[in-house]
Design a binder for this molecule. Structure first.
Ligand code: NDP
Length: 331
């Protein structure tokens, strides 16, 4: 799947991407190279940023005409890296293609959880939730956390970590089906459909009557503005992402930033890859919690690489129920 052209104005569309068939022969490039048959690809919101050429970002833009890429799961077919051999299943960075050179690899197995979970619960999304909740939010037992995009790849993990830790957990999502999942599967104490609330401030006052100690920010815009009005003194905001703004040229203004001072808030943005020192404890704890049956995970897997553009665009529009990925070939 290649990007046809950068999308600097307006909404990204499926037609901005293209399925291209080539017969390029992939060969190992010297030492420590690995080529994989791609099994799964991850659809992540940050990929929208890589479709642009005009915004300062922590990841470089895609090159038009070249394959898109990102996190994936693959089966090693050729390797000159002594750490990986033919037949190993690995997670890491790879092209949106049937076969690809692959980088920053970790071996994975499907023993505790399905291998696709290494793109979600035990992958970048789960790690983001772990860093954001346990480190950036500085939680204390009994506190109230509010999570936006709460049923998504990151949000469903944040809510469950917070419940395991002993917090009161409130979430919002964009459909009744997602709200039902939050309460019935992920253990949220309260949940609401933000699309049906004409007054977000009023909704937050209703579902978080004592105020919000921690906000796990996934969406930005009007939601952030309403949350600022409802934060308790010395509250923490973990700014993880602002997906409501990714397709916008001009970012929505935030009116209530003065509340960071009035309420003595800490608002901290973070990128999961700056916290890799937490990865060993993340794998140990999260694998353990899955083994003990304490965690659930919901995935939305599109079947076939040709579905990747629709899956990515659909996720940015909220069509995904849980972690959006694409199955490219059988494990
Ligand atoms: P999700 O699985 O949550 O999918 C994106 C969701 O965003 C959609 O399902 C939709 O849910 C919601 N959404 C889309 N448009 C809007 C809108 N206009 N207003 C409100 N919500 C909207 O994605 P992820 O879990 O992978 O990512 C969640 C957030 O985490 C993103 O902001 C992402 O950029 C960020 N992130 C940050 C990382 C970091 O290191 N800082 C790493 C990984 C992710 P709904 O139907 O509920 O509206």
């Amino acid at each position: 799947i290649t990007l046809k052209h950068h999308v600097d104005d307006g909404k990204a569309q499926e037609s901005d991407m293209e399925l291209v068939t080539t017969k390029e022969k992939l060969e190992l490039r010297g030492e420590n190279d690995v080529i994989v048959r791609v099994l799964y690809l991850s659809c992540d919101p940050y990929l929208r940023g890589r479709m642009r050429s005009n915004r300062d970002s922590y990841v470089p833009p895609f090159t038009p005409g070249k394959p898109m890429g990102g996190y994936g799961i693959g089966k090693v077919v050729l390797s000159s890296d002594p750490n990986f051999k033919e037949g190993d299943t690995v997670s890491g960075l790879m092209d949106w293609a049937d076969y690809s050179h692959a980088f920053r690899l970790t071996k994975v197995d499907g023993e505790t959880v399905p291998v696709s979970y290494y793109l979600g619960a035990l992958g970048m999304a789960g790690f983001t939730a772990y860093v954001g909740f346990f480190k950036i939010c500085e939680p204390k037992k009994g506190e109230t956390i509010y999570v936006s995009a709460a049923s998504g790849a990151v949000g469903q993990m944040v809510g469950q970590f917070a419940k395991l830790f002993g917090c009161r957990v409130v979430g919002s999502a964009g459909s009744q089906q997602k709200v039902d999942l939050l309460k019935s599967k992920f253990g949220y104490d309260e949940a609401f459909n933000y699309k049906e609330e004409s007054d977000l401030d009023g909704a937050l006052k209703k579902y978080c009557p004592g105020g919000i100690d921690m906000y796990f920010e996934n969406v930005g815009g009007q939601m952030l503005d309403a949350v600022l009005l409802n934060m308790k003194d010395f509250g923490r905001i973990a700014a993880c992402g602002m997906v409501s703004q990714y397709n916008k040229e001009v970012q929505d203004p935030i009116h209530n930033l003065g509340y960071t001072i009035k309420r003595r808030l800490k608002l901290q943005g973070f990128i999961q890859s700056d916290h890799l020192d937490l990865q060993p404890e993340f794998y140990k704890n999260v694998t353990g919690w899955f083994k003990e049956g304490k965690l659930q995970y919901v995935e939305d897997v599109a079947d076939g690489i040709e579905k990747a553009p629709a899956a990515l665009i659909g996720m940015l529009e909220g069509k995904n129920i849980g972690k959006q990925s694409v199955k490219v070939s059988d494990p």
